[in-house]
Each structure stands twice: as structure tokens, then as C-alpha cells.
Write a protein that binds this ligand. Structure first.
Ligand SMILES: [Zn+2]
Length: 129
């Protein structure tokens, strides 16, 4: 899977969903499955319905989850941490004033988020290009 392509696709999905948080799943072959954000406060949180998750999993192998932060940074929030039960890639995109900015990737396993470097996207000072 080309992680760089996934990151670009998540950034675009994040822009499409603004001013609400985008959310969806990442398949093993590198596609995004856009999901409905069923959180009560869609501008500040995301929630994927278990039914939608199951349905996508029947069609494709799911290896990750993505969502966006509207006018917030690309980080794992306390809410995100509490809501995470799926082990795999965790991609968060920052959208500022409707424009997709930084996208960060973690690997979530055994309750821990480990940062994943995206090839060709990190500059020497650690900033996203
Ligand atoms: Zn979040």
C-alpha cells in the first residue's frame, strides 16, 4: 500500500467534509471507504457506526481508520484515544479554514499509538511539505 497516496486521499476527504470531521476506513489495497460521521457533535468529534464498519469489513480487508480535525492539529485527542478499539493504522488530518494541512499516521496496537513515518512527506525539520 502506498501510504503517501492514502495520506493525500485523507487530506482531500477532510477538505470535503469540512466544517465537519471526516471519517472512514482504509483498506489493505490502499483505498478509503468514506463513512458517515454519526457523532453528536460532528464538528468536534467523529464516530463510525459499528454497522458501517462491519459492512465495509465484509467487502474489503480493513487495515486502518482515518478522521480529521477541523481547525485543530493532527494529533490523537483524548476522545480519539477513548474511542479506539480497532488495531491498525490511525490517520488524522488537520483542516484549517477548509484547507487540508498536516496529516499524521500512527500504528495502534496493544493500546499504544506509535508514529509512522510517511515516505516522501517529511522534510528534514520534521514539517510536512
Ligand atoms: Zn480526533
Amino acid at each position: 500500500m502506498l501510504l503517501t497516496c492514502v495520506v493525500d486521499a485523507v487530506r482531500m476527504a477532510a477538505e470535503d467534509a469540512a466544517p465537519f470531521e471526516a471519517c472512514g476506513l482504509i483498506t489493505a489495497d490502499g483505498f478509503l471507504v468514506k463513512c458517515v460521521n454519526v457523532a453528536k457533535d460532528r464538528a468536534r468529534q467523529f464516530r463510525i457506526s459499528p454497522d458501517e464498519f462491519k459492512l465495509a469489513g465484509r467487502r474489503r480487508k480493513i487495515v486502518g481508520v482515518y478522521h480529521s480535525h477541523v481547525n485543530g492539529g493532527a494529533y490523537v485527542s483524548v476522545h480519539d484515544r477513548d474511542g479506539m478499539s480497532f488495531e491498525g493504522l490511525y490517520v488524522v488530518a488537520s483542516v484549517m479554514d477548509g484547507v487540508g494541512r498536516e496529516v499524521k499516521v500512527w500504528n495502534f496496537k496493544d493500546g499504544k499509538f506509535t508514529p509512522v513515518t510517511v515516505p516522501g512527506r517529511q522534510t528534514a525539520n520534521g514539517k510536512q511539505d
